[in-house]
Write a protein that binds this ligand. Sequence first.
Ligand SMILES: C[S@@+](CC[C@H](N)C(=O)[O-])C[C@H]1O[C@@H](n2cnc3c(N)ncnc32)[C@H](O)[C@@H]1O
Length: 259
Amino acid sequence: MRCGATLAAMNERLYTDLTGWYLLLDPTEDHHEEATVFAAALRSAVVGDCATLLELGAGAGNNAHFLRDSFACTLVDASPDMLALSAARLPDCAHLLGDMRTLRLDRLFDAVLIHDALSYLCASADLDATARTEAVHLRPGGAAVLSPDCVRESFVETCDLHAADDGDRALRTMEWAFDPDPSDSEFRTDYSFALRRGAKVEVVHDHHRCGLFSVAEWVACLQGAGLIVELRPRPLEGIEPPHGYWDQLLLARKPMESM
Ligand SMILES: C[S@@+](CC[C@H](N)C(=O)[O-])C[C@H]1O[C@@H](n2cnc3c(N)ncnc32)[C@H](O)[C@@H]1O
C-alpha cells in the first residue's frame, strides 16, 4: 500500500538493487541498545498508554525487531525493496510505502520514531515537512523520538571499513563521509562495496546525498510544528572515535491541549 502525495526518488543502490546485502552492512543486533533507549524515552514522555508506534524510514526493521513486543508497530519507508525486506522479517508489523515528508494516514499514534533515515532530509523545507508529518500523526499527549546520525556540530569527515560474511556471500565496504561545501546543508556519503558470491567479486560505487543541520535548526522545525522539544543522551557504545555521530536525540511531545 502506498501512502502520501509524493515518494522520494530512490537513487541509492543500497535501497534498490543492493537491498539484499543491507543486513550484512547494518546487522540487526547492533540496534538493540539504541532501540531500548528509544523505547524508554518514548515511555517516559507519552502521557497515558504508549502502545502504538509509527516508525518513518524504518528500513529493514532493525528498530522494530526489538520494539514489536511492546508496541503495535506501523513501519513506513519510501523504498519498496527495503519495505519488502522488513515485511518478510517482521510479518506482525504493518508495512506501508510512503515518504516521511508527505505521509498522511488519517490515524493517530501514541509514539513516532525516526532514526537514521533523517540523514536523507537535505533541505530545511524537508525538515519542516517531516516535523509536520510527526505532529499530524501524534495524538495529544503523544511523543516522538528523532535520532539524526549527525548534526552540524558533531560532523567530521570519516572513512570506515566494514566486513561481513554470510555463507558463500561476503561484503567488504569502505564508507566515506565528507562535506565538499560546508556553506550548504548537505554532505556526501560514498560507499565502495566489494560484493563476493563464491569466487566472483563485483565492485559497486553508491553515492548518498545527506543533510547537515544544527541542533538549533532541528529544535526550531519541531517547535514550528507545535511540539515541545528536549534533548536526551543517545548511547554510542561500540562506535570508536573519530566519528561524526551525535550523542543526543530529540524527544518531542505533543501538548495535551493541542487539537
Ligand atoms: C539507513 S536506512 C534505515 C535503516 C533502519 N534504521 C534500519 O536499521 O533498518 C534509511 C532508510 O530511509 C529510507 N528513506 C529515505 N528517505 C525517506 C523518506 N523521505 N521517507 C521515507 N523513507 C525514507 C530509505 O529507503 C532507507 O530504507
